[in-house]
Design a protein. Sequence first.
Length: 228
Amino acid sequence: MKKINLLGISLTDYSLKESLKLSNQYINNGALNTISVISTQILVEAAENPQHKEWIESMDLTILGETDILRAADNATRNRLREVEKGEFLQEFFHRIARGRKTVYLLANSEQQLMHLKERVLQIQQGLNIVGQYVLEDMNAGIDSFINEVNDVVPTVIVSKFPYPLQEQLIFENKMKVNADVWLALPEHSVTQAKKGMRSSKLVEWFYRKLFYRRVSKYAQKEQDKKD
């Protein structure tokens, strides 16, 4: 475990073993706990908005989704780089969910995103018990219907995939109303997708990677100037 601060956002980088231990506890503690996979895009866009920072920092567990974040945080050990590069947390998390015969509920903001989300989680782990899915296109009109439906099902894990910052806002404002053990938030764009040849995702990754390093360097210089 290492406390890190990137662009003014406080995070805790847990090892794979530590993250899995925490996620195990979440499934058995009787309350909804939130897990968010963090990308460079999320950090860059949240850095300028105090409310967005609060949403991210309120997550019970943040999983660093890109090796660039580890490098910027000076925590790029060989083991951590491998864990993040291969997406080992998601692999093991979903494997344990399937092995334990736990239930999964999928949430996205369009039919296309829902299809992509379902394909992704089943690609990571076959045999997941998906007991429901919901398309939430209108955050205002559809939220009550979603909450009612998911509370009827009472899944072990909700897996969502929304554009930033809608996903963070959705979780922050509604987590106390939802009856599940874990809410796992995946970023809209992922390095995993980009490396599989999806041109748009690859361009998004490249853009935010460059912007992220520029912002980190600028922020570090600003903090140093304050000390001087």
